[in-house]
Design a binder for this molecule. Structure first.
Ligand code: ATP
Length: 235
């Protein structure tokens, strides 16, 4: 059986600058995949290429057999790929609930995720639902950003640097939501600079350097030394 999301030979450019050099990646339904790598490795660009924000200049991205590589970003969201962007990017003048409802605009028909289910996943958001998103702590804002993406009922959820700037206890609280998200049938891709966190949540890990995947495997099969070398570019 072919994978649910299949990326082959993906290249992307910013103007003349080539940021991705033939990335191959597959994701099965309900799987969690982690992409790790140092600053500038191309992790965010890969997320942005998948979601139609960065300019794809070669290769293919197939979602359930359909090539979505050159679709406009809103069509990719409607096709079932939602992103939690680095920095959360909430709408500052909107309340928590309004921010969540924005995510629902991209959904087709009914699906698992509703406001009620987001509030069950992150109960603090129910208490804060009438407050502006920006009045929340960083961790709570991250929960809103995840909830907003889930409200489109995605089949693939891309999460860019969820841990950034958050205390370990808050990071644990956010990652504790992952099993429920997976059970809803959504596959997850996390981009993480926090290698320990990535190894904990993922079924499969890819390490990127300079726009290429340099190491792939299941967490239990990858040695610390191999990950260290792939991450820092030691040969
Ligand atoms: P970080 O953890 O810092 O976000 P990253 O692995 O996500 O790093 P990218 O942000 O994808 O890396 O950057 C990959 C390369 O593309 C880097 O060399 C970066 O300087 C370049 N780059 C990223 N965004 C742009 C842009 N908007 N215009 C030009 N070059 C860019």
């Amino acid at each position: 059986m072919s994978a649910f999301l299949e990326i082959e030979g993906l290249t992307a450019h910013y103007g003349d600058f080539k940021a991705l050099f033939g990335v191959d990646l597959t994701l099965d339904q309900g799987q969690t995949l982690a992409i790790i790598g140092a600053n500038g490795a191309g992790k965010t660009t890969l997320m942005r290429a998948i979601t139609g924000i960065a300019r794809v200049t070669g290769g293919s991205i197939r979602l359930a057999g359909r090539d979505i590589a050159r679709l406009p970003a809103p069509d990719i969201l409607t096709a079932g790929i939602a992103m939690v962007p680095e920095g959360r990017r909430l709408f500052p003048s909107l309340t928590v609930e309004e921010n969540l409802q924005i995510g629902a605009h991209a959904r087709k028909g009914s699906g698992f995720w509703t406001l009620e289910r987001i509030y069950t996943l992150f109960p603090i958001l129910r208490e804060r639902r009438t407050q502006p998103g920006t009045a929340l702590s960083g961790g709570q804002q991250q929960m809103v950003a995840i909830g907003r993406a889930l409200m489109s009922n995605p089949t693939v959820l891309l999460c860019d640097e969820l841990s950034l700037g958050l205390a370990p206890v808050v990071i644990r609280e956010i990652y504790a939501a992952f099993p429920t998200i997976r059970q809803s049938g959504t596959a997850i891709v996390v981009v993480e600079q926090d290698i320990g966190q990535a190894l904990k949540v993922a079924d499969h890990v890819h390490c990127m350097m300079e726009g290429r995947i340099t190491l792939s495997g299941r967490p239990q099969d990858l040695s610390r030394a191999a990950i260290h070398d792939a991450y820092f570019g030691v040969n």
